[in-house]
Design a protein around this ligand. Structure first.
Ligand SMILES: CC(C)=CCC/C(C)=C(\C)COP(=O)(O)OP(=O)(O)O
Length: 423
């Protein structure tokens, strides 16, 4: 029995969801029929909404995209072409309408592929216990539980229903979040911009162990054990190592390194009292993003995307765009929370409102357009790459797509951004 067929949650109904489900359920198999049929000549390709479509393979990718989203590809011997201008419909595609995130308009994003609350609860309970042991979020564990990061991981990794694998991913995500909260954003949790650079260097050594001369090893070890954030980072990577190859671990380390560089960049905006232009913010948000979570989707799913394919520039481009988009979802849903936080916070709508001199509402709508463009670009590139890549790449890209859907679903409901008193 496939993993997906054991999931009790109702199936997602986005046009692409059944393709993603097919890829995840049969990772070694040939490309789904719709994808193979997409190789046929296209009767009447429709223009995309983008002013600038994906480069290089862009045109054909755009055509493949229209086919890929067609849902019922086989009719009259040829695939049906459909405009992509309307937002997806079905469960999970409408904006959350309660709590503080109620102002987020509809986003172009798939629905979650699975929603298994019992599995999410199990991961969340075990995650909370681990947080208690490490000491992160001390005094805030109730709020941490309410934020329900276990649910985030259950929603974003539908190709694994193994609670321990999901827990490993959840620990990594929460440890990364703890760096952001305890070191960067939340002064009441210890964040101090002037200390950040030094803390991140040592923090990186918790991820990629330092090997000092022997006489200094005890000092390093002591430091690693007395800061809960370092304990959490180290412990999370250790747990993931049960499932990740060295190559997958190296990949994660790289993404965490880039995350920390971008954390530093944000701190420099704060300390210099500088507001970054939108383009610079978007560059930073590609790295200060959920990429470290997304990158391990194969390790969590129990397969491995070879490094050569992960590093291929078109794959990198596609995955990076997905990562930025997923993080813009965070910007949109966390606006109210960031207003409440102690440290100055940056997010796309606020920057657009100031720099493009428009209302906050208009800025939110422009941010949604940017998000949607990134998701559509990912969708187009992923469809094209799925035709030519290995089964592992196809599954990986489907995993990234699924990650986007789970991520939006979690953001729309978590107490962290919806009026709860949370970590
Ligand atoms: C899970 C992970 C990689 C976290 C590190 C980066 C991070 C916290 C985000 C991308 C979320 O953005 P932000 O810093 O705005 O976080 P909050 O909105 O304060 O939760």
């Amino acid at each position: 029995m496939s993993l997906l067929s054991r999931v009790s949650a109702p199936p997602a109904v986005h046009d692409l969801a059944h393709l993603v489900a097919a890829v995840l359920a049969n990772p070694e198999g040939a490309a789904p029929r719709e994808l193979r049929q997409a190789r046929r000549p296209v009767p009447a390709p429709q223009p995309l909404r983008f002013t600038a479509g994906p480069a290089g393979l862009g045109t054909s990718a755009a055509r493949i995209l229209t086919l890929y989203t067609a849902g019922s590809a086989a009719h009259d011997g040829g695939p049906r072409v459909r405009h992509l201008s309307s937002a997806p419909t079905g469960p999970g595609t409408s904006a959350m309408r309660s709590g503080r995130a109620s102002t987020v308009p509809e986003l172009y994003c798939p629905p979650p592929l699975r929603d298994d609350p019992a599995l999410g609860d199990e991961v969340n309970d075990r995650l909370l216990e681990w947080a208690r042991e490490t000491g992160i979020y001390a005094g805030r564990l109730e709020g941490l539980g309410a934020a329900d990061f276990g649910r985030l991981i259950m929603l974003t990794h539908p190709d694994s229903d193994d609670p321990d694998r999901l827990l490993a991913a959840a620990k990594c995500a929460l440890a990364e979040w703890a760096v952001d909260d305890h070191y960067c954003d939340d002064e009441s949790a210890g964040a101090a911009p002037q200390l950040l650079g030094a803390r991140l260097v040592v923090g990186y050594a918790a991820v990629d162990p330092a090997h000092p001369p022997v006489r200094y090893t005890p000092d390093v070890e002591r430091a690693m054990r007395c800061d809960p954030v370092l304990v959490a980072l180290r412990s999370a990577l250790e747990h993931l190592a049960r499932y990740a190859s060295w190559s997958q671990t190296a990949r994660l380390r790289h993404e965490i390194c880039a995350l920390f560089v971008a954390f530093d960049g944000e701190a420099s905006w704060r300390t210099a009292g500088r507001t970054p232009p939108v383009w610079e913010y978007l560059v930073a948000r590609q790295f200060n993003s959920f990429l470290p979570c997304i990158t391990i989707t194969d390790a969590v799913g129990g397969y491995e995307l070879p490094h050569a394919e992960y590093a291929e520039p078109r794959v990198r481009r596609a995955v990076s765009m997905a990562a930025t988009a997923s993080t813009l979802v965070n910007d949109l849903y966390s606006m109210a929370k960031e207003d409440d936080d102690c440290a100055a916070n940056f997010n796309l709508p606020k920057l657009i409102a100031v720099q493009e001199k428009c209302s906050e509402r208009e800025a939110v709508e422009r941010s949604v357009e940017i998000h949607d463009e990134l998701v559509r670009s990912f969708e187009a590139e992923a469809a094209a790459l799925s035709l030519t890549g290995s089964p592992a790449l196809r599954r990986y890209l489907a995993g990234v797509w699924a990650w986007l859907g789970g991520n939006r679903e979690w953001h729309s409901g978590t107490a962290r951004y919806n009026g709860g008193d949370t970590a």
